[in-house]
Design a protein around this ligand. Structure first.
Ligand code: 5GW
Ligand code: MN
Length: 290
């Protein structure tokens, strides 16, 4: 573990002449279009016979996002590899029947409804932890946890696999780190001082080997519990705790913002290809008034 006192320069994501940077200061890849050979990397992983578990939460009004999420995933996401989706929902009847590609399948997991959206957000880590313990340890090699209010626009394949994988948030990849929306109150377990931080990671994508994501989910859940016991909620809930975790447990692969964009941010001249993006949602429409 690094000392929190250790200060160093903030790593850049795009060079001053606009070129994507493909390596972190701790020498792991930042995955951009053009930095890997999709054919070769496919061949390498093809021989490994791996299963990629994918968890997605769709509670309350968020079930409306499942159709686009799953249909676009089936066009782009680990096509030709074994994928097992685990859809957590409080309304199993709202899960659309989407035709799955070869070796892709889906399990619906029923969870109780919640009126407080904070509980949904905060319980994702706990549910991921428990699912890994009870099933994924035996059923999968890698796991990704993805936001459902999203759409795949381009290829997402084995180039994203690694022991511990985070994605750079599209809103902050050219932002000085003092402006990152890390949790800044020392009372919170998610606290990061202004002098620290590599990237601002998006909470919509967490991935890696099942064992490593288990450690992440368990630790974040414990930290969320400590905060809850002190009635403190981090600025961006589990995203804040994720950022704290990644500061001290560096990802072994970092995905560029190609892997987490937002439909409302223009992407032309910023990324060569859009792969996965948060769709524009009408907040009044999807969020409970609580
Ligand atoms: C509802 C109100 C406020 C915050 C979250 C929710 C909510 C989230 C919900 O009612 N149902 C639900 O399934 N979620 C899950 O949490 C979805 O998988 C969603 O993609 C994820 C994160 O919440 P988002 O997408 O609203 O958060 P942002 O920061 O991407 O807008
Ligand atoms: Mn989202």
């Amino acid at each position: 573990m690094l000392s929190p006192q250790l200060s160093y320069k903030q790593p850049i994501v795009v060079s001053p002449d606009g070129k994507p940077v493909a390596l972190t200061p701790w020498l792991v890849p930042i995955v951009w279009e053009g930095t890997f050979d999709p054919m070769l990397i496919d061949l390498i992983y093809r021989q490994k016979n791996i299963t990629i578990a994918t968890t997605v939460f769709a509670l309350g009004k968020y079930t409306q996002f499942l159709k686009v999420f799953l249909e676009s995933a089936e066009q782009n996401y680990f096509v030709g590899f074994r994928v097992h989706y685990y859809v957590f929902t409080d309304q199993p009847e709202q899960v659309p029947a989407v035709k799955m590609g070869e070796e892709h399948n889906l399990t619906v997991l029923i969870v109780p409804s919640s009126n407080r959206w904070q509980d949904i957000s905060l319980s994702r880590m706990a549910r991921l932890e428990k699912l890994i313990e009870s099933r994924l340890i035996n059923e999968a090699d890698y796991v990704f946890s993805l936001d459902v209010d999203s759409k795949f626009y381009g290829h997402w394949g084995v180039e994203t696999l690694g022991r511990l994988v985070g994605v750079i948030h599209p809103g902050y990849y050219q932002t000085p780190r003092e402006q990152f929306t890390y949790e800044r109150r020392p009372e919170s377990q998610a606290f990061i001082p202004y002098s620290e931080g590599d990237y601002y990671y998006g909470g919509a994508v967490i991935g890696g080997l099942v064992e490593d994501v288990y450690q992440l989910a368990k630790t974040c859940r414990e930290q969320l519990d400590i905060d809850a016991s002190k009635s403190i909620e981090a600025a961006w809930q589990e995203e804040s705790h994720l950022n704290k975790y990644f500061l001290y447990n560096k990802p072994t692969k970092v995905l560029s913002p190609e892997y987490l964009w937002q439909d409302q941010i223009p992407h032309k001249d910023r990324v060569k290809i859009l792969r996965f993006s948060q769709i524009i949602k009408n907040y009044a429409d999807v969020r409970p008034n609580l």
